[in-house]
Write a protein that binds this ligand. Structure first.
Ligand code: SF4
Length: 615
């Protein structure tokens, strides 16, 4: 990429791509912590620029990285060092693209790392093989470029490479190999024929792939109109299905004599054969499922895996298990990875089985966590300890509107002040793309207008804005938080207002009377969190500013009007007990599908507990 050669062309997208590439090797957590570290340093110096700008700056000049915690700064330091190497190599007199590439390759250390992983085989080995092949193709392209244009600089090579609309495919150029197998996409196979054609991996979700793919200008809608198709998501899905079916038909009709189509059905239902398979054969593919196991690959990891599963399977005869154990012992002695039971994840005892809190230590519950802890305590625990999803741009816009709302006192609700506040700080928001700025800014201004409209009709009096509180419910349970607005109704009772800026509201009218967050606010009032203004709760409300329709106020009646006025306090105490426990339960719920810690959860096949051998 040209940005690697010219510091001024390095932008945020390229910086993030480099960080996550094998060169940087950063994971999303490392990137987040790095951004936080850079932002904290900048803020301390009065610099309010977004972390994306700081990240780009740090890759071009890594001095700031020295002040960031070493483990989070390390990937960025590596990328910065390699950028320096590339720029230096490219600037040498007479340097060719091949020279620059070679300098980068040597400095990266990837050759040794990928070769070692490749030699171990398995899934990771196959990936390393593919990566090595890709690098070979790149070197090949650089060599051909140097032959064609002697003396041309690296920048020209990069421009030529990135400007290719169709990659110069080395397979295509050497395709005439007699009886060799050709591997190509269904699109590329159009108009060609072979005696035998294999169409592998025809899985539902992959073929057809029905993810909606629109374009910025929506030109595909013109095609739909001309074809007389219904507009909108349903029409687009139907059109996609037609297109995918046509493509599948192209693939399977390329064979002159024999076509082999493969798919798998997993026992847990995660993987299913495509619907096109039954359309092709006219039968249910499940009825013809083949469960024959393929012979084991002739690699050490595969051998170790087979020996381990033989040893740990209680259904295997004892003499076979004993033989497997003896072989494993020999391999462990020879230091073959994975053979020694000391490395088996299912075997070590729990490192610590104590509860998260000591019995007499107070547990602090925030109103916003009550619902998540009650819904699935495992997700709450994992998210709280680093498994949370990255903050979205919507959250940044929401935080800005919340901050602007602090200026909206009863006495002074001046639209211009609030809009100026939003405009003045909008550039500090981390958006996924800068072109979204206009739309998101408009959304923020619409929320400000909705807030002003809602305030104009609000019959209550303002007591406090962004009021922090902490109060004990009993000897071990504390509620702590901050309310967006604390208001007083005509009977002198306190009402908490929570401003919501999300695009959708997840609280239905039926859920409202026992909505946990609002209930926790009310319990806090009655426990004396705002004793300065009173201890009687007049209810609590969500004010939805972000929905596409107008502003919506969702009111929870006062606790005193509930059949059990103590339900909210009890719920908070139960939440505290769950948070302080030694074990945390995975509870399947409607939000599992989008759960960010799903791969660490036993309800998911990838997060299932690794067990050790049974005796
Ligand atoms: Fe809980 Fe579901 Fe997430 Fe598992 S996938 S942690 S059950 S929310």
């Amino acid at each position: 990429m040209r940005c690697a050669l010219e510091p001024e062309r390095l932008d945020e997208d390229a910086a993030v791509a480099l960080l996550h590439s094998p060169l940087g090797g950063a994971d999303p957590m490392a990137e987040r912590r790095l951004r936080q570290g850079l932002r904290a340093l900048a803020l301390a110096a009065g610099d309010r620029r977004p972390s994306g700008v700081l990240l780009v700056e740090a890759l071009n000049d890594p001095r700031d990285l020295l002040a960031v915690e070493r483990r989070w700064a390390a990937p960025a330091q590596t990328v910065a060092r390699l950028l320096g190497t590339v720029r230096e190599a490219a600037a040498r007199p007479g340097a060719t693209a091949e020279d620059t590439l070679w300098a980068l390759w040597q400095a990266s250390g990837l050759a040794e790392r990928w070769s070692t992983v490749s030699a171990r085989g398995g899934h990771r080995g196959a990936t390393a093989d593919r990566d090595l092949d890709a690098v070979m193709v790149l070197f090949d392209a650089a060599a051909r470029f140097a032959d064609r244009l002697p003396g041309a600089r690296t920048e020209v090579f990069v421009d030529q490479l990135t400007g290719q609309e169709l990659p110069a495919d080395t397979i295509a150029q050497t395709a005439d190999r007699g009886s060799a197998v050709r591997i190509l996409t269904a699109h590329a196979a159009k108009g060609l024929e072979w005696d035998v054609v294999l169409v592998p991996g025809v899985q539902e979700g992959i073929w057809p792939d029905l993810r909606l793919r629109g374009s910025v200008l929506g030109s595909e809608q013109l095609v739909d109109i001309l074809a007389g198709r219904e507009l909108g998501a349903v029409g687009q899905t139907a059109a996609l299905l037609d297109e995918e079916r046509r493509l599948f038909s192209v693939a399977v009709t390329r064979a002159r004599q024999r076509v082999i189509v493969t798919a798998v059905a997993s026992g847990d239902g995660e993987e299913q054969p495509s619907r096109f398979l039954s359309e092709l054969s006219g039968e249910d593919p499940q009825e013809h499922s083949i469960t024959t196991r393929l012979p084991r690959a002739l690699t050490l990891p595969a051998l170790v895996a087979e020996l381990r599963s033989t040893l740990t399977d209680p259904g295997t005869p004892p003499d076979r298990r004993a033989v497997a154990a003896a072989h494993l012992a020999r391999l462990a002695e020879a230091r073959v990875p994975g053979a020694d039971p000391a490395d088996w994840w299912g075997l070590p005892p729990l490192s610590d089985d104590r509860a998260l809190h000591d019995e007499d230590e107070p547990v602090t519950v925030t109103p916003s966590t009550v619902e998540s802890v009650q819904r699935c305590s495992l997700r709450w625990l994992l998210e709280r300890h680093g498994g949370g999803a990255r903050p979205t741009p919507e959250q940044g816009v929401g935080n800005l509107v919340h901050a602007a709302a602090m200026l909206a006192t009863d006495a002074q609700v001046d639209r211009a002040t609030l809009i100026d506040y939003v405009a003045g700080r909008f550039d500090e928001i981390e958006l996924s793309a800068r072109w979204l700025a206009g739309r998101e800014r408009q959304r923020a201004e619409q929320m400000v207008d909705k807030l002003i409209g809602w305030l104009a009709d609000n019959p209550r009096r303002l007591a406090a804005i962004e009021a922090a509180f902490m109060v004990n419910l009993d000897q071990v349970t504390q509620i702590k938080g901050r309310v967006d607005r604390l208001e007083v109704d005509e009977q002198g009772r306190l009402v908490v207002i929570d401003l919501k800026t999300g695009k959708t509201t997840s609280v239905t009218e039926a859920d409202l009377p026992e909505q946990p967050q609002l209930g926790a606010y009310q319990a806090a009032i009655e426990a004396g969190a705002f004793a300065e203004w009173g201890e009687e709760s007049g209810g609590a409300a969500l004010v939805q500013l972000g929905s596409h329709t107008g502003v919506k106020e969702q009111v929870q009646p006062p606790l005193s009007e509930a059949a059990d006025p103590g339900w909210a306090a009890e719920l908070v105490k139960r939440t505290a007990a769950t948070m302080a426990a030694a074990t945390f339960q995975a509870v399947v719920n409607a939000k599992c599908r989008t759960c960010p810690v799903r791969t660490s959860c036993p309800v998911d096949v990838k997060g299932r507990h690794v067990t050790g051998p049974s005796s």
